[in-house]
Design a protein around this ligand. Structure first.
Ligand code: C2E
Ligand code: MG
Ligand code: MG
Length: 408
């Protein structure tokens, strides 16, 4: 609407602003405070504008600004950074200090679209990209951006199809003790794309998380891996990765209970791996879920330890059964003193908290020997075996014993 009324000549910048962290304020402090916050945001926004700029609330925590370029800022960038700065200054409402951020997408007329609808769509897309790339920043719409989003959408559709048509697979990587006995296997999903070949989890797990597909994917992985593990020797456990999204959507405890019931796997043979990011959102809920899983007899492993936001306080709030030393630290063993120091510190920390430790990403005999001499008890990595399909389980069991014999 505003766009149609504005001067048809010259360039126009359409800015789309979305607040980062508004939902959390609404959820934790309540809607009345959320409403007050929005009012102050609108006031601050207005102060950033000149007479020829127009602002409107698009709904929720989204605002649009139309700039007709009267102050020499013809492409909205200056205005965008002014708005972000204004919005991210601390708020005090009813004695509570609140901090939020804003992300902005910018579309320019006429090149990014000639009518309001297209322009708004493109500014919205740019805002979405700003949000995922770096919160509290602004981005211009571009064709490359549109292609990136479209590629992602089609990947999402294909992943959905791959899941229903059974083109995903689970591979297993052994975790061994210092005698070369396999203690467990970690389940790692694999996607074989008919055209693109194998797509790594680092690429499709984030897409599955964003689209909500992770719930179905996680359920399928859990069922497949538990069914496989139920046929293995009883002293071998199965470790399964859970993504943070699975803690906020779906009923993960119920999913675990049915997977165990349907496959007949004993709960104490299941290990759940989570990363530190699980604790970034909704701490109380996460801990309650972990407790319920623990009560079933399931073990909980902290994965990629030392790489997250590394607030050690969660170690106090939940009794983890194991830590996995991230492979970036293992990689540096034998090369840098720092890596050795960090590995030592983690081993010491775990020992005094009486938590088990697994070193991941062990690629060489030397790394294995250093870790073992430092007191590490469990190891995982290409040195022992790469993740392999389920029919390779018995050959992996044999290989791990051989590798240890050679390293000794
Ligand atoms: P992760 O849980 O830390 O898994 C270990 C990753 O390290 C695996 O990568 C494994 O192949 C790789 N790796 C193992 N040993 C070595 C080594 O010696 N050297 C090197 N360079 N790499 C090694 P992968 O399979 O690509 O998986 C990447 C990540 O994707 C996993 O990290 C996990 O976070 C996630 N992921 C995989 N499958 C699932 C799943 O079913 N659900 C969820 N939520 N996440 C999954
Ligand atoms: Mg893992
Ligand atoms: Mg890991």
């Amino acid at each position: 609407k505003a766009l149609k009324n504005s001067a048809p000549t010259g360039r126009i910048a359409l800015l789309c602003l979305d607040l980062d962290g508004f939902k959390a304020v609404n959820d934790s402090l309540g809607h009345p405070i959320g409403d007050q916050l929005l009012k102050i945001v609108a006031q601050r926004l207005r102060k950033c504008l000149t007479k020829t700029d127009l602002a409107a609330r698009l709904g929720g925590d989204e605002f649009a600004v139309v700039q007709c370029g009267s102050d020499g800022d013809h492409d909205g960038g200056l205005l965008a950074s002014r708005i972000i700065e204004a919005v991210s200054a601390p708020y005090v409402i009813e004695g509570k200090q609140i901090i939020i951020n804003g992300s902005i997408g910018i579309a320019l007329a006429p090149q990014d679209g000639e009518d309001a609808e297209v322009l708004l769509q493109n500014a919205d897309m740019a805002m979405y990209c700003a949000k995922i790339d770096r919160r509290g920043s602004y981005q211009y719409f571009s064709l490359a951006m549109r292609m990136r989003i479209e590629a992602k959408r089609s990947l999402e559709l294909e992943l959905r199809r791959a899941l229903t048509e059974g083109r995903l697979d689970v591979h297993y990587q052994p975790v061994v003790d210092s005698n070369g006995n396999v203690r467990s296997f970690e389940a790692l999903t694999r996607w074989f794309h008919p055209q693109s070949g194998e797509i790594p989890p680092a690429k499709y797990i984030p897409i599955a998380e964003e689209s909500g597909l992770i719930t179905a994917l996680g359920e399928w992985t859990l069922r497949t891996a538990c069914a496989a593990a139920a046929t293995w020797p009883r002293d071998i456990k199965i470790a399964i990765n859970l993504s943070p999204r699975q803690f906020t959507t779906g009923n993960i405890v119920q999913t675990v209970i049915s997977a165990l019931a349907n496959t007949g796997l004993a709960a104490d043979r299941l290990e759940i791996e989570i990363t530190e990011t699980v604790f970034l959102e909704n701490n109380a809920n996460t801990i309650s879920i972990l407790r319920q899983l623990h009560e079933l007899g399931v073990r909980i492993i902290m994965d990629d330890f030392g790489t997250g936001y590394s607030s050690l306080s969660y170690l106090r709030s939940f009794p983890f059964d194991k830590l996995k030393i991230d492979r970036s630290f293992v990689e540096g063993l034998g090369n840098t003193e720092e890596s050795l120091a960090i590995v030592r510190a983690i081993l010491m920390l775990a020992k005094s908290l009486q938590i088990g430790v697994v070193a991941e990403g062990v690629e060489t005999a030397n790394q294995f020997r250093i870790l073992r001499s430092e007191g590490c008890e469990a190891f995982q990595g290409f040195f022992f075996s790469r993740p392999e399909s389920v029919d390779k389980i018995s050959s992996m069991l044999a290989r791990c014993n051989r590798q240890i014999a050679q390293a000794a």
